[in-house]
Design a binder for this molecule. Structure first.
Ligand SMILES: *Cc1c(COP(=O)(O)O)cnc(C)c1O
Length: 356
């Protein structure tokens, strides 16, 4: 494992005092982590430095062909002052899967985890403590060769920035309304849908704008071939409870394999529930909603953890779920996952990693 050089800022910023106004992704801490890659040296020179601008040539490959990947996870402070990460090894494993798909050189797992622990430890005083708040961790890698030809870059930067983030829900879980998109698609099997990369997000913007204009907060994507099977929400995976069983789309290659998704599946199985990972057609959903078999629906992702879905709109049908409220499984998953993350619920499954 490589040793990380640490250069502390001489001009610390004033930390936000009102933790109810943090929002998401707007404030950045005093430091960042950065490591360089070249084909000759491999990954080298890891350092924690003051948060600052980076300088790139306008010809840097990331600007033209989008060779970049990112991750997202959070650090939490417990009531007794410990700092916990939630399943960081899952993010690291996924990051390297994204890297392989995008022809970015993988980062050694121990260096990756050490990078996260070190930057979080240096900026530990930035971790907010109000209920529901956390320190969002954003690792990303960009291709930096100054070159306009199309090929994988020979140089990269791996950077981690940190952002204190506010409670996703101001006053408890709040159901969202979701638009099922049957025109635009997000990803196709064999494409980059299962990699966490900017390209998937830019592909989603037009439908998101359309859904917002119609009064819906997020888009639920259908498969890119038949536009018939449920895939996922913009930055969340999706779950249904149909006839007492928990059902979620199987990972077919076009869906992002969420850490929160895996945790929901593990917990539901741990509680003795039936969990099915399979193809779910939109017709099956419409029918289940009609007969009352569709008992619950929720999204899962690091940002909101669990996001109950109160309504789904498909073409001209609006399906109201759990009377537009919060179902018991959604609530229990939310309470358990956030409880484990913040040290309030016993971590029976060994999911948390402490930052010293
Ligand atoms: C990150 C992400 C998710 C959720 O993954 P988590 O690991 O649970 O945060 C789901 N879908 C997409 C497209 C994502 O980028």
């Amino acid at each position: 494992m490589q040793e990380i050089r640490i250069e502390r800022t001489k001009t610390p910023k004033t930390k936000p005092t009102d933790q109810s106004k943090l929002g998401f992704g707007k404030i950045f801490t005093d430091h960042m982590y950065i490591m360089e890659y070249s084909t000759e040296k491999g990954w080298h020179d890891p350092a924690v430095v003051p948060y600052q601008s980076i300088s790139l040539e306008p010809s840097a490959m990331v600007f033209h062909y989008g060779q970049e990947m990112f991750e997202g996870l959070k650090a939490y402070k417990t009531e007794d002052g410990r700092i916990l990460l939630f399943r960081p090894n899952k993010n690291i494993e996924r990051a390297n899967n994204s890297n392989r798909r995008l022809c970015i050189p993988p980062v050694p797992e121990d260096d990756f985890l050490n990078a996260i622990k070190t930057i979080v430890s240096v900026d530990r005083d930035w971790i907010p403590t109000a209920p529901g708040t956390s320190l969002y961790i954003r690792p990303f890698i960009i291709a930096t060769d100054p070159f306009l030809g199309v090929r994988p870059s020979n140089t990269y930067k791996f950077i981690i920035i940190l952002s204190p983030s506010g409670a996703y829900y101001e006053s408890g879980l709040d159901p969202v309304k979701i638009w099922i998109e049957d025109d635009y698609v997000r990803a196709v099997r064999g494409g980059i849908g299962e990699a966490k990369t900017g390209g998937n997000y830019v592909a989603s913007l037009a439908a998101q704008v359309k859904a917002h204009d119609e009064g819906y907060s997020q888009v639920l994507w259908l498969d890119g071939v038949e536009r018939k099977y449920i895939e996922e929400v913009g930055a969340m995976n999706i779950f249904f409870k149909i006839n007492g069983k928990v059902v979620t789309p199987m990972l077919t290659g076009s869906i992002l394999p969420g850490v929160t998704r895996a945790s929901c599946i593990d917990l539901c199985k741990h509680w003795g529930m039936d969990v099915e990972e399979r193809r779910i057609s939109v017709d099956e959903l419409v029918e289940a909603a009609r007969t009352g078999a569709l008992e619950e629906c929720w999204g899962s992702g690091t940002a909101a953890v669990i996001s109950p879905v109160g309504a789904l709109r498909y073409e001209n049908d609006v399906m109201t779920i759990a009377d537009g409220g919060i179902g018991p499984v959604s609530q229990k998953l939310y309470d358990t996952v956030t409880g484990i993350q913040t040290g309030k619920v016993v971590d029976e499954l060994g999911w948390t990693v402490e930052v010293k």
